[in-house]
Design a protein around this ligand. Structure first.
Ligand code: DAH
Length: 356
């Protein structure tokens, strides 16, 4: 009996001290396992007389139960402690700022530039419009006052799709201007939209790629004039190039869908072979614009006596090259990962008017 008492104290003390689950398991095996200390005492029962055996047997069974439940309790405590330790080790402080520079992916400069331009015009009250890349003749040309046989059709090096049975041919849109037509057909003025997107021309050299991007702008209302156009575009270039002031000039130009038509230049300097936007005695052409031609309004179902407005078309690659110092247009579409790592933007750096 003293053996049992001594063993009880010994084993319970060990259990209490077990520092982890593995140590606890060792103790369990050394007490209750096949060759364990308690199991060892069980083996003596056979040599005892019946009374002694009953008494000793009961005491041993009680010890076994006591040790087993002590081990269970200790095991529960150790498991809880281990879970606590893991949870606090894996804890994430969701209030910390993210570290976007560590992410692998990059946003293409074209996407970034489009987002920036949209955000600037969005702030001025423009909404976003879209149209299909594959257009019909009416939307890409006729409604824009470019009738069949008009030389402007040749100007644009159009990609034609195979002829349909009725002889008509769809085209890859040569500019984003057809979105003007779709918008005027589907909305009633006042209209203020910008429409970015892919455009296509059969042209490929240092400064032309067969696919490129434009952004179309359109404002239609009852009292819109050239002053609105100038104010709006001046505000745009100042914000886009992050300059307090930019000299601009409008040169008379020709587009079939606007009258009058103009090209807008911004002031720059090319001293020492380095292009700087904003100051200097040189000019850089950045967009085409004008007052929407009355024939275009009429073709889109709007009354030219009641409505007028302005439109503009911007080449997105050019704007991206100017702002981010990308020297070669063709590299935009080489899908070269090293190029993208260099010129691309971190995904969480979403441009907006507050953060720039
Ligand atoms: N669609 C013209 C082009 O691709 C660009 C353009 C010029 C759009 C003047 C306009 C505009 O809306 O008013 O060359």
């Amino acid at each position: 009996m003293e053996n049992i008492e001594a063993l009880r104290e010994e084993v319970l003390a060990e259990v209490e001290k077990a520092g982890d689950l593995a140590a606890l398991e060792d103790i369990r095996i050394s007490a209750l396992g096949k060759k364990g200390r308690i199991t060892g005492l069980m083996k003596n029962l056979g040599k005892m007389d019946p009374d002694q055996r009953r008494e000793f047997g009961q005491a041993l069974n009680a010890l076994k139960d006591q040790v087993a439940s002590a081990i269970d309790m200790r095991k529960g405590d150790l498991e809880n402690a281990a879970l606590e330790a893991r949870l606090s080790g894996e804890r994430i402080d969701v209030t910390l700022p993210s570290r976007p520079s560590e992410t692998e992916g990059r946003i293409h400069p074209i996407s970034q530039t489009i987002d920036e331009i949209i955000s600037i015009f969005g702030e001025m009250g423009f909404t976003l419009a879209e149209g299909p890349d594959i257009e019909d003749d009416f939307h890409n040309f006729t409604a824009l006052n470019i009738p069949a046989e008009h030389p402007a059709r040749e100007m644009q090096d159009t990609f034609y799709l195979p002829e349909a049975e009725d002889g008509s041919r769809l085209v890859l849109r040569t500019h984003t201007s057809p979105v003007q037509v779709r918008t005027m057909q589907s909305q009633t003025p006042p209209i203020r939209i910008v429409a970015p997107g892919r455009t296509y021309r059969s042209d490929s050299d240092m400064t032309h790629t067969p696919m490129f991007h434009q952004l179309e702008g359109l404002v239609i209302d009852e009292k819109t004039h050239m002053g609105h156009l100038k104010g709006c575009l001046l505000e745009f270039v100042k914000t886009y190039f992050e300059l307090d002031d930019v000299p601009v000039r409008y040169r008379p130009s020709f587009f079939p869908f606007t009258e009058p038509s103009a090209e807008m230049d911004i002031g720059c300097s090319r001293k020492g072979g380095e292009l700087k936007i904003g100051a200097g005695d040189d000019w850089l052409e950045i967009l085409g614009c004008g007052m929407v031609h009355p024939r275009v309004l009429a073709a889109c179902g709007l009354d030219p006596e009641k409505y007028q407005g302005f439109a503009f078309g911007i080449g997105i690659e050019r704007l991206a090259m100017l702002k981010y110092g990308i020297p070669d247009l063709r590299t935009f579409f080489d899908t070269d990962l090293r190029w993208l790592k260099h010129y691309g933007f971190v995904p969480l750096d979403v441009p907006n008017m507050v953060r720039g």
